[in-house]
Design a protein around this ligand. Sequence first.
Ligand code: ZN
Length: 457
Amino acid sequence: MASILSLPDELLLGILANLQFTSSGSLYNVLFSCTRLHHIAKPLLYQHVCFSETYFDPDSPLFKFSSQSLPMLLTNSFRLITSLHNNHLPDKYKPVCDMLSSAIKLRTFSLRLTSYNMLDSEGNLIDHAPTPFSAGAVDRFINALPHTLSNLDIDTAGMQAVGDFPHLCHSISELIPHLRILRLRIRRYCMDLMRRLTPQNPSRLEAATIHLDGNTDGRKPWFHRAIDCSGDHAIRSGRGWFRTPYLSTSKLARGFRQLYMEGALPHLSNFLLVDDGRGSIRVPGSHDYFRVHNICTNTTLTFPANLYGSTCTGYEMIGNAPPREIFTNVYWLRDLDGKQLKGDSEEVANFLEGTLGWKIMGNGSCLPPPSGQASVLEYCPDLSCLSVLHREVDNMEKILRPALSELWIREETIGKDLIRATKSEGVEDDAFMRESLPSGWEYYRAFLENDWCVRRV
Ligand SMILES: [Zn+2]
């Protein structure tokens, strides 16, 4: 009987490459099967890697990996999932940063900050919401990245930087002239992000997704706008407090659109600026929304949503601490066809990124849309990321109060959909998302009630 070993090396390489992204550890096991397969499998094992590391312990797998010479020669994509809360120990990160800056094949870097769970001396959980992280440490990693890098993903969603910190915009802006695909989900932005780009010095960017991360998942929405990190906006208010300088999406959209029209982004086919906004209880029929501004196509998609709903989904056990409830925000939104959808913040982000979304592989690696494809991709949101909401099945009315149940009551009264997602021209739309009431109807507030009702005029 013919053995797999009778195949030539090139075919074995092709076969083993299929194990690269599996979570089972099969590729690792192949290393110990025989010398020949070991030599073929080993380089594959180093190509796409993901490490989850909280304490940057010198004995951790990440440090063992970083101290080898193979990652510098073989690693093509590197994803780090961490909390980066140790600002006072910057040398901790040095071995990993040194490895990254000498990785001559590194094309893709993905950094995901997640909350960490700190225990006090009694073993009780110290709660942080939102979780603080060191922007200085993030800056360190970005500065360490080699200029061979073409794909960058920085995701600090739900996290808040502590203390005085550098603009991440500055270090990211140094990489942008070389980047092909960019994905950012951070809390602070300014136009310095694109400061290296001019029509004379254009970028290679094919696709970019920038989330103005305002919500911190896990507890409750915190802010609903990105924060302007450019120094001249740090305003001291009359009472001596620092006013948080918010950055309006339209200002950022206008700046990016201008760069695009001037020819500083000649290869770009999709540039999404994603944000969310709140409705107001004072404005009848207004709703929260998720909005996708596409700088290249000069269009804006707005999805009516509910950003407040939250539900308890389970318990977390850490060490000897008592079990802790985990809260996940569940958002409701409605698409262009009037379909009702729901998902947590990650699912909503994946839905909004749609065809431009990065893919998490079985081994934890995070990869952008394939090379060449990104420049011709037609953007559309990915409905498969969210589940369809069935009112009668889920107990969502209670969870998604107040705006949603009011909407449903109004729609039942009138007998038709009052709101759906919209697609509009231009990228500077930051208006309220409002229902369109058919003629002959008006809003009113019942006596001593907060809810807006509808009645015939
Ligand atoms: Zn900035």
